[in-house]
Structure formats: C-alpha cells, structure tokens
Design a protein around this ligand. Structure first.
Ligand code: TMP
Ligand code: ASP
Length: 252
C-alpha cells in the first residue's frame, strides 16, 4: 500500500491523511514520554495495545450516544477517525486526588473527591500545558461558553462510562484527560471526543491491591509498562490475539 501523506507527528501518534477529505488515519507509536517529553522511551507493543484499548472505549462511547471521532480500527496500529478541529484545551476529570492536583494543593494522593473535578489545560508544549480557567478560554477565543458547557457535559459522561467499565474489571478510575474536537455538519458544529483514551491518559488503580495500571508506571519507574498495559488489555478482554510485534514478552 502506498504510504499516506503525513499531517502531523505527535509524541505518541502520527496522523496521516485518510481516504476521504474528512477522515484521518491515526498511527499509534510505541514511544512513551512523560514530563513534556523530558523522559522518553520506546515501549515495544504499547502502540498496538493503546490502539485496541482506545478502540474499545471509543466504540463503547459511540454506542451509548457519546459522540467521538472514532470510525474504525484499520489494523494493529492504525485507526480511521473523523477529521476534527481540536480545541486547544486538555480536559482533565478527577475522582480521586492524585498527580498534579495533589502536588499543587497538598491533598494526599488517594483522597476521594466529593464530586468529579474538571480542569482545563491550554495545549501548548512550549508553555508546559498550563492550567487555565474558563475565563481564559473565552477571552482568548479558544472556546465559547457554550463550547465549555458542552465540553464539561461530554467529559462527565465519559467519566461515568469509563468509571463503570473500569469498576467492572476491579479498577478505580482515578482521573483522566480527554481532548475534544469540532466537526461541522452543514451550518452546525458538534463537539466530539477526539485523540485517544488509553492508559497513557488515565490513572487506573486496582481496587483490591492499589496497583497502578497506567502511565504512572513509566513516569515513576514502577515496572514494565508493556506488561501492565497487557494486563489491562487482558482484563478488558481486548488483548490482541496475534503476535503484537513486541517479541515473546507480551504473548503467553
Ligand atoms: P496530572 O495529575 O499530571 O495533571 O494528570 C491528570 C491526568 O491527565 C492523568 O490521568 C494523566 C493525564 N495527562 C495526560 O494525559 N497528558 C498530560 O500531558 C498530563 C500532564 C496528564
Ligand atoms: N504527555 C506528556 C508528555 O509526553 C506528559 C505526561 O503524560 O506525563 O510529556
């Protein structure tokens, strides 16, 4: 197959032109980065696992009526998605204190929050993705008040869905990040969940043991990230059956 034209290379994915003007092919790389790419590694098989897991979550969201950009998985590393205008805000939802919130506010990691807390971060690596308020987003034209209201409502629906999926396999959804894009349908615009949903962008703790099953394993050097992602994929029932080009480590 001729190589498609590359549109953009990010830290974990490459975007190629899709077969139609309103589609894009997302290629999941094996690269893992943390702390704005200050820490980097290649984790063999990660791209294959995240492609599967993101497919699983996005398909479920589409099925329950939460719109996403996901169309279909094409192969082990690629999926076809709708082309969207990504809103330059990362939307974080937290159920339990952890990570930067614990650090910033001095709240002990693991403290349950009285309600889901939503935060916005401005997507700009050169600024280290600073946290911003709705006022900033509106003043600088990144999103309207109506967009922000819709983004919060989408994020809370994703939180309920993902919390339920994780609870079903004995895992607590501590927090996660999503990205949201605009699609235009004639005169109208709609907001849809975009990018990926994977353990790269969630915190997931085993309910029984507290074991971390997400990218914190890489950020904090807690073990083999590919093993942890393979365990999660197995528990979700989406572990790729064939070799995932990762050597014997990830297959039984
Ligand atoms: P934080 O506690 O570091 O702010 O992260 C909150 C959630 O967002 C956590 O699940 C990890 C995810 N996240 C990303 O997906 N990308 C990022 O660049 C950062 C900083 C966090
Ligand atoms: N995604 C960011 C990076 O690649 C930070 C993180 O996830 O910790 O550097």
């Amino acid at each position: 197959m001729p190589r498609r034209r590359m549109i953009y290379e990010g830290k974990a994915k490459i975007l190629y032109e899709g077969p139609d003007p309103d589609t894009i092919v997302q290629f999941f790389k094996d690269d893992a980065t943390a702390f704005n790419a200050a820490k980097k590694a290649v984790i063999e098989g990660k791209g294959v696992l995240n492609n599967r897991m993101s497919e699983h979550f996005m398909t479920g969201l589409n099925l329950i009526g939460v719109p996403t950009h996901f169309i279909k998985r094409l192969n082990m590393r690629e999926q076809l998605v709708r082309k969207v205008d990504v809103i330059p805000l990362e939307v974080v939802v937290r159920n339990v204190a952890a990570g930067s919130m614990s650090k910033r506010l001095g709240i002990e990691e693991g403290t349950p929050l009285p309600r889901p807390i939503i935060e916005f971060y401005y997507k700009d690596d050169s600024l280290n993705d600073p946290m911003v308020t709705e006022e900033h987003a509106i003043a600088f034209g990144w999103a309207s008040q109506q967009d922000l209201d819709e983004m919060i409502s989408l994020a809370l629906r994703v939180n309920d869905f993902m919390s339920g999926v994780m609870y079903g396999i004995g895992i607590k959804l501590v927090d996660f990040k999503i990205e949201i894009g605009r699609v235009f349908e004639g005169e109208f615009q709609r907001l849809v969940v975009a990018d990926e949903i994977s353990p790269d962008s969630c915190r997931l703790w085993d309910i029984e043991t507290g074991k971390k099953l997400d990218k914190d394993v890489f950020r904090q050097d807690l073990g083999d990230l590919a093993d942890v992602y393979a365990e999660l994929a197995t528990r979700l029932g989406v572990m790729p059956k064939k070799s995932i080009a990762a050597g014997p480590k990830l297959v039984d």
